[in-house]
Design a binder for this molecule. Sequence first.
Ligand SMILES: [Ca+2]
Ligand SMILES: [Zn+2]
Length: 288
Amino acid sequence: MGLKKHTTLRAAGLLVMLALLCGAGSGAKNLVTNGDFERGANKADEPVGWHTHITSYTSVPEYKDPANKQGRTGVVHFRCACGYEWGTVRPWAGLVCPQCKQMETGLGENAGYYAKNFESVSLVDHGRGKAAGVKMDGEVAGHQGVRVLSGLMKAQRGGGYEMGLEARATSGVLVRAFLEGFRYEEEDAAAKEFLKTLPPESNPYKLPGRIKRVFRIDINMQTPGEWTGVKEQGVPPKRSEFDYMLVNLYCYNFAGEAAFDSVYVRQLTQAEVEKFRKDHPTRDERFK
Ligand SMILES: [Ca+2]
Ligand SMILES: [Zn+2]
C-alpha cells in the first residue's frame, strides 16, 4: 500500500508537471485563424479568416481656393480607393470601408493599388489539401503585386513571436511574408471619436482606437520552385512593442503563380525571448 501511495503521488506529481508544461506550451498555439486554409472560402470568396478584399486611401489636401488648388489650409482628407470620404482622420489597419466593404491595410497610402487584389487570389488544391493560390498578370505583378492578409490577432505587448509558412512560386515570381506588428495608440483621442462615427461593421475587430504599425518580421523567400517551409522569430525593442499583428503574404515581380500554406504565428516562451535577445544584441542596442 505504501508503494501504491508513493506511485499515486508520483503520478500526481507528473500530472502537475504536465499541466505546467502545457501552460508553458500554450505559446505554441497557432494564433492564425485557418492558417492551413482548409476551412474554405467565406461569402466574399476570401479564405475563411483571411482578407483579400483590401483597400487604401489617398490624402487629399484642402485648399483655400480649391478651383485653382491654391493655398493649403493644412487640413487633409482621406479618401478610400472607392471614393468614400473617411474625413480628416487617417484610417488604420483592420477598419472596413463603409462603402466598398474592403479592409484598410494600414500599410501606408497606396490609393487604389489593391482595390482589385481579391481577383488574383483563390483557394487551390495541391494534393495535401488546400492552399491560398495567387495568379498574377504582368501588370499587377510589376506594380503592386498581390497580398493575402490574415485577420488581426491580439498580441501581448512586449511579447516575441515566431511566424512560419510554406510557399511555392513559378519562375520570376518573388515571395515574401511579413508579420506586421501594430501598437494601440491610446492617447489618440481624435481616433476614438472618429470610431464612434463609423458603423459597427466597419470595426469588425472592435479596435478601441487607432493602431499604428511599429514592427515587422520580414521573410524573403525569393522564388521557391517547390514547396518550401520557412520560419523566423522576432522580438520588438521597447519602442516597437505591439498589441496587434497580422500576417501579410506577398508576391510580385513577373506574371505567374504562387501559393501559400501552413501559416502559423506563435508566441515565444520567455526562454526563447531571452535567447533571441542574446543572439541579437547589436540590433537591440541600435534601436534603444
Ligand atoms: Ca492546407
Ligand atoms: Zn472604400
